[in-house]
Design a protein around this ligand. Sequence first.
Ligand code: S3P
Length: 176
Amino acid sequence: MAGPDAARHLVLVGLMATGKSTVGRLLAEALDRPLLDSDDQVEAMTGRSVREIWQTDGEQAFRRLETAALTAALADETPSVVAGAGGVVLAQENRVLLAADHVEVVWLRAAPSTLIARVAAAGDGHRPLLDDDPAGMLERMEAARRKLYESVADRIVDVDDRTPDAVAAAILEATP
Ligand code: S3P
């Protein structure tokens, strides 16, 4: 299998704390492409933090902004690396965008136990869903979203025992 397609946007999807932003940055540097990070895009578009939007306007308002950010990212003619936010697969509209020919999707797959350890270490600034019972929430999200990530993925890369550098290398070298 070849590495990333030079003509297509490369989109990383997966649950919170799978390393999408960090791996995305490494890939953008290696491929000399722009990096578009979904949560950062939403914050730049609105001038507000993810948490503030979520708490003031609610999840649905945030999801609409997430769709706008994905649409804008994939409309750019220059192939970029897109670090999708964890919930980007929830909307059917987004899954249609991700299925387009000019988009290559890599699912960074992880066991909930891996992510529980990571979010405990990272804090949860832009992750209001993890404010109460983060372990239970990650378990439930993994069960609810697994099929959705799988349905949009051109490739699946397991991240459990890998550093971000190793994940990026696996994507660049197209190893499983
Ligand atoms: C969310 C993931 C977060 C952020 C928001 C909701 C989700 O992004 O968009 O807290 O529903 O999975 P990251 O995946 O970048 O943490």
